[in-house]
Design a protein around this ligand. Sequence first.
Ligand code: NDP
Length: 338
Amino acid sequence: SSVQLPSQQKAALTEKIGDSVEVIQYTDIDTPQITSPTDVIIKNKYAGVNYIESYFRKGIYPIASFPYIFGREASGIIAAVGDEVTKYKVGDKVAYVNPSTFAQYSKIDESKVQVLKLPESIGDDQLKLYGSFFIQGLTALTFVHEAYEVKKSDYILVWAAAGGVGQILVQLGRLIGANVIAVASTNEKLDIAKGLGAKYLINSSKDDVLAKVKEITNDNGVAASFDSVGKDTFETSLAALARKGTLVSFGNSSGTVDPLSINRLSAKNIKLARPTVMNYVVTQDEWDFYTEKFLKYIKDGDIKVEITKTYPLSQYKQAATDLESRKTTGKLALEIPQ
Ligand code: NDP
C-alpha cells in the first residue's frame, strides 16, 4: 500500500445522459485511492467494449451518479493494496468484471468474486483477451445453460450472430450439437457465423426471418430464440418459437421491448426469460464454475474469441460509434495508456 498513485488519471466518461456518442469525454479525473484496509487498486491495461455501455449512456439503464466512467471488464496489474489484503500483492496480474474500467485505475474490494488471477508470465495478447472476453463469453455460456438449456438437435435462433455475444452463442450451439439458425444483417456477417458452425443463415436485411425459420424447421419453429436486438425483433422471436419454446430476450440493441400481456405466452406454452449475465455469476462457486468451463473451451480451441479491433482508450467514442452503427463483428477492445 506504500505505492504512490498519481492523483489524476485518464478515463472515458460522461457527465450526462445522451443518445449521441458526443457526450463521451476522454478526460482527467481523480484516481481512486486506498481508503479501506481491504481495498485493491488495479492499474488497467486492456478493457473490453460491450454494447451495454450505450444503454447507460442513453439512460435505458439507470446511472447512480455522474461523472459516469464507462466499462465493465478489464485486465491489468495490482497497483496498490490495503493493509489487510492477503489475496493480492502489488504486481499480480488479474482480469475482472466490475464497473468503471475505462480508466487507468479501478478500485475493487478484496472480497470481490468476479476476479481471475493470471499467471505472471502471461503476455500482452493474452492479457488483452482475458480483459475482453468475460462479459460476452459468460453471457453466452450462462444463457445456454440456465436461461434455456440448449440440447442436442434443438433448433435455436441466434440474432446478431456475428456480434460479440452472437459468435460465442453460435459456437456453443455447435458444440452442444444444436441446429443453429444465425441471423445477421449482411452476407459478410453470415459468412462469419457459418464459419463458426451455424447451419442455417438468415439475412435480416433481405429475408423474411419468420418465413425462413418456418421453412427451415418444417413449420415447427425453434426451441429457443436468443434475441439481443429487442424492440424490433421481439414479435418475430415470439412467432418463431415452437410450442413450449423459450424466448431469451437479453438486449436492447434496437430499443427496449414493449410491455406485453403474459396471457400471450399461453398460445404456445412459451417461457420468457429476461436474464442478465451478472445475476448468474454472483457467488464464488458460480463464477468459478462458469469461468473454468469457458476457459477450457478456449484452451481446447473449441471456442474462438476474435478481437477484431483494438482502440486506444482515447478513441472509445469511435469504438462506440462503430459498435452502435452495426459496423463491427466479434469483440472490440481498448488499450489503456500506462
Ligand atoms: P454486438 O457485437 O452483438 O453488436 C450489436 C449487434 O446488434 C450489431 O452488430 C447488429 O448486428 C445488431 N443490431 C440489430 N439491430 C440493431 C440496431 N438497431 N442498432 C444496433 N445494432 C443492432 O454487441 P455485444 O456482443 O456487445 O452485445 C450483444 C447484445 O447482447 C447487446 O444487445 C447487449 O446489450 C446484449 N448483452 C446482454 C447481456 C445481458 O446480461 N443481458 C450481457 C451482454 C450483452 P446485425 O447488423 O447483424 O443485426
